[in-house]
Design a protein around this ligand. Structure first.
Ligand code: AMP
Length: 633
């Protein structure tokens, strides 16, 4: 009897989306085309982003770490996300934390000092990711190697890089880092609409963020974002607690940790109850303090208490709209993220402000992880359809050309990934190397742009100027890494570099660079035209000198004198930046060298077409082959 092989304990490779949150971390994946958050074997979908390290250096992560906060306050670390990719000088409000924030051993980065050992934020976030990954892998028999991780829209490049590093530390290949509001919009499938304006309102336990996204051709761009790192559901709890206690009771609990905790728990429970019920009754009995509360709170009372908090969030919305120069009416979709958006008055205020209800059908705590999962499966090629392009290059990228101008290969706001190529050639004879200087920005001259890197393509066989064909290719991958390759086509010599164009750039600097280019637009374009004219004039002068020397037999003395005078005239005006003067002098030189070019052409053609003149071959109706074209062959 043959027994078929049993497929036992088989694991599946999964590509997932991860919401690495300040307080909680969630992992989601696509199952049958639908995103779902992965629960662990105990049914928990959330891994608290908390790590507790004991005296021996042993770390526990997640729920267990959270429980240890009371017995090991100085070794239990939370809110690590606030420190990711930040220098010690950048972080404020560290004095009240129960653990020590210090300078890392190398560089300016903030680190945590726990029982005499330093830990970097990305190391700790890596531990959180590893724990969440382990839980997900065990419960669904998965092997998680690749993921898309989300970050707040305001994260700069260093913060994004730290998040990427955290992923790597956890053994995850981070396919992409995407913005949390973008992920939320994706979870609702808003990218299918192709264009529109989306407002993402994210109100969690302790933080509030609002972002305005512009969608065009399926590409999301965050056009404005703001927030408050000290506003969230915790403040709603506090507002509700003021309704529960009178002045004398408040004095009783003040400074009493256990009573404050009981009050906080009761307030949060009541708050959540009021999201469904019109009223709720709160009972707190702390016999040792003589505190007895038995109070009914109505939804109307609670809503009145949180009105000032909601007003603050509405002001933030006004701010982002103003930043983007838009009105409430211009917003097509509103997306709710974060547990506190379950509050009915939050939804009502949004509906009232925009004249349409916000999207709330998905779990607001899971929507970011779900969107990340959708994006992960698209990037990994598991989902059908074109990759949803979420990111665009913030600034144009190009290379410096002879004379100090720049040739742009990739324009600002191009969706990535993107590839662009352009052909270049050498400027002087027998040039065996070309310098490739990669630049970023909107201005026209290399000196006004941000240098991303340089490299040299060597080994070009000696040839006349203009003969070699150097093909330069720019490729920006989905992660925003730019690879520049230069290849000389006749010899196949090649050189390349890789750079991260956004490294060390924040949104403000990008904005400044764009504004700067608008301000200098006219003078820049002139400068570029003059630089190119000078380069061309230089070539013409060199060609002319060469022709005088090498084709001396074709040049009668009077013509030689005229050409030499024209060269001197052009050289003189090249000292100026006067476009008209240079153009005129170049034209004079071209006119004087044209007879040499024609004579030379005749001679060449006589050899190949046996006696027919240039006029016979090209025709007399113009299309004169210029001196430079001959040179280029
Ligand atoms: P998050 O940080 O996104 O998980 O949000 C957590 C916050 O959402 C906490 O302040 C919770 O009290 C709050 N929250 C959870 N469920 C509800 C609910 N049904 N109504 C109001 N707030 C809620």
């Amino acid at each position: 009897m043959q027994i078929p092989l049993q497929v036992k304990g088989q694991t599946t490779d999964a590509v997932v989306g991860i919401d690495l949150g300040t307080t909680n971390t969630l992992i989601a994946r696509m199952v049958d085309g639908v995103p779902h958050v992965i629960a662990d074997r105990h049914g928990r979908v959330i891994t608290p982003s908390v790590i507790s390290i004991d005296e021996e250096g042993v770390a526990v992560v997640g729920d267990e770490a959270k429980h240890r906060a009371l017995i090991n306050p100085s070794g239990t670390l939370h809110s690590i996300k606030r420190f990711m990719g930040r220098g010690l000088a950048d972080v404020t409000d560290v004095a009240h934390l129960p653990y020590k924030v210090v300078r890392a051993d190398m560089g300016e980065q903030a680190a945590f000092l726990v029982h005499g050992r330093k830990f970097l934020p990305q190391e700790l976030s890596g531990m959180v990711l590893a724990e969440a990954k382990k839980r997900a892998e065990r419960s669904e028999r998965l092997r998680i190697r690749r993921a898309v991780i989300t970050v707040p829209a305001y994260f700069d490049d260093a913060q994004r890089q730290a998040t990427r590093d955290a992923g790597r530390i956890a053994g995850i290949d981070v396919l992409r880092i995407i913005n949390e509001p973008t992920a939320a919009a994706l979870a609702y499938g808003l990218d299918k609409k192709k264009r529109g304006t989306v407002l993402v309102y994210d109100l969690g336990g302790g933080t509030f963020d609002v972002s305005l996204l512009k969608l065009s051709d399926g590409v999301f761009k965050v056009i404005a974002t703001t927030g408050n790192t000290r506003l969230g559901g915790d403040d709603f709890d506090d507002a509700l607690s003021t309704l529960l206690l009178d002045a004398s009771q408040r004095a009783l609990v003040a400074g009493h940790a256990q009573a404050l905790r009981a009050l906080k728990t009761a307030s949060e429970t009541a708050k959540i109850a009021l999201s469904d019920a019109d009223e709720t009754t709160v009972r707190i009995d702390l016999a040792e303090l003589g505190l007895h509360v038995d109070k009914t709170v109505t939804r109307a009372e609670y809503e009145a208490a949180i009105t000032p908090l909601l007003d603050q969030t509405m002001k933030a919305i006004d701010f982002v709209l103003e930043e983007a120069d838009l009105d409430h009416d211009d917003v097509d979709e509103i997306v709710c993220v974060g547990g506190s958006t379950r509050t009915p008055s939050v939804r009502a205020r949004l509906a009232e402000a925009f004249g349409k209800p916000p999207h709330t059908s998905l779990d607001p705590d899971q929507v970011v992880a779900m969107g990340a999962a959708i994006q992960a499966s698209v990037v990994a090629g598991d989902s059908e359809g074109a990759a949803v392009l979420l990111d665009v290059t913030p600034l144009s990228i190009g290379i410096e050309t002879y004379g100090g101008g720049v040739t742009k290969l990739i324009w600002r706001n191009s969706p990535i990934p993107i590839r662009a190529t352009e052909g270049f050639t050498t400027y002087v004879d027998d040039q065996t190397a070309v310098a490739i200087h990669v630049l970023q920005g909107e201005r026209e001259m290399a000196a006004d742009l941000r240098s991303l890197g340089r490299f040299v393509l060597r080994g070009i066989p000696p040839m006349s100027a203009g003969m070699p064909r150097v093909l330069v290719e720019f490729f920006i991958d989905a992660n925003g890494i730019l690879k520049v390759t230069a290849k000389e086509m006749t010899s196949n010599t090649e050189a390349s570099i890789e750079v991260r164009p956004t490294y060390g750039l924040n949104d403000e600097q990008v904005e400044d660079m764009i504004l700067d280019s608008i301000e200098h637009a006219e003078e820049d374009i002139n400068a570029h035209i003059v630089a190119d004219l000078k380069t061309d004039a230089g070539s013409t002068i060199r060609f002319s000198r060469k022709a005088l020397k090498e084709q001396a037999h074709l040049v009668p003395p009077a013509m030689r004198a005229a050409v030499e005078a024209a060269i001197a005239g052009l050289e003189a005006v090249l000292q100026t930046n006067d476009k008209e003067l240079i153009e005129a002098a170049a034209e004079v030189l071209n006119e004087n060298t044209a007879p040499i070019a024609n004579a030379l052409m005749d001679e060449v053609l006589r050899v190949t077409v046996k006696g027919r003149t240039i006029g016979d071959v090209v025709g007399t109706d113009g299309q004169r082959t210029s001196a430079r074209d001959i040179q280029l062959g």
